[in-house]
Unconditional design. Structure first.
Length: 100
């Protein structure tokens, strides 16, 4: 695993460190505040200049096709209960989206 960008609010950063071979380098979190304790970049809370540079790097990698973002899993609005169950069970990667 070359790099990890975690959007999970809780619990995924330990797995990210494991996937990166025990190092916290090239891992960034958008939502899990335990990033501070682990020494992982927290994009919503690091100083503005540092966040800006990390975001530029990620956007550049995405534009070059080097960063592949997992697809969203879509649920019909009437299946909101199933969508919530998926979230409760650590659905893996990507976003969960409810559609009308």
């Amino acid at each position: 695993m070359d790099a990890v960008l975690s959007a999970s609010a809780t619990g995924a950063l330990g797995d990210a460190v494991e996937l990166r071979g025990g190092t916290t380098g090239r891992i960034a979190s958008l939502a899990d505040t335990s990033a501070f304790e682990l020494g992982i970049d927290f994009l919503a809370g690091t100083p503005a200049d540092r966040s800006r540079e990390t975001l530029r790097t990620l956007v550049s990698a995405w534009r070059q096709g080097r960063l592949v973002l997992p697809p969203a899993r879509r649920f019909a609005l009437h299946d909101a209960v199933a969508a919530h169950r998926e979230l409760d069970h650590g659905h893996g990667t990507g976003k969960i989206v409810l559609v009308p």
